[in-house]
Design a protein around this ligand. Structure first.
Ligand SMILES: CC(C)(COP(=O)(O)OP(=O)(O)OC[C@H]1O[C@@H](n2cnc3c(N)ncnc32)[C@H](O)[C@@H]1OP(=O)(O)O)[C@@H](O)C(=O)NCCC(=O)NCCS
Length: 151
């Protein structure tokens, strides 16, 4: 199936939120989905569309002033997993982030999200566990890697 990766629009944002369970299962991460991100960082908030225009995955991120492409949320829909779509979303994000001056990528996930940790390792990230990352007493897995992706 053909897939196109483009900037996310406000309507795309509403669609992925409506389909939240197909991306995140029982985990409710809706509070981390901020439409302001899509509005203000449109060129680094990406959606993958199939031939019929349906959304199959997304990566919402931004570039920090110190040149870090921060991937805030990445998810592929339950019927698109294991097809290389997550890798393609990261490649498109890395390219967009580099255009905005990023020299490295960063992401975080919960320490129990073993699928995300395995996926990020395959994307070439190193992983470190940081205690009390968000100030709520919970440790988080923090991923780092340098750019470009093919280096
Ligand atoms: C994590 C996620 C985005 C991966 O997306 P995907 O489209 O299935 O990933 P890809 O098919 O592009 O896989 C890329 C590589 O990662 C590996 N990988 C992906 N998910 C994996 C898993 N759960 N366990 C082990 N390896 C995995 C693949 O085998 C592949 O390796 P290869 O390229 O060497 O063959 C997807 O599983 C998802 O949306 N999960 C739910 C949301 C989530 O937890 N997001 C991450 C939060 S930070």
């Amino acid at each position: 199936m053909g897939m196109q990766i483009t900037s996310a629009e406000a309507a795309d944002f509403r669609r992925v939120l409506a389909d939240h369970r197909r991306y995140w299962g029982d985990r409710d991460l809706r509070a981390l989905h901020l439409q302001a991100l899509v509005r203000e960082f449109g060129s680094t908030c990406l959606v993958a569309r199939d031939d019929e225009g349906g959304i199959r995955g997304y990566l919402f991120g931004f570039v920090t002033p110190d040149g870090t492409g921060y991937a805030h949320l990445i998810a592929t829909r339950d019927d698109a997993r294991g097809t290389g779509l997550g890798r393609r979303l990261y490649a498109a994000f890395a390219e967009a982030a580099q255009r905005h001056g990023a020299r490295r990528l960063k992401a975080i996930t919960s320490v129990g999200n073993t699928g995300s940790i395995a996926f990020h390792r395959r994307m070439g990230f190193d992983v470190r566990v940081v205690d009390d990352y968000n100030g709520d007493g919970r440790a988080m897995a923090v991923f780092h890697r340098t750019l470009p992706l093919d280096a």
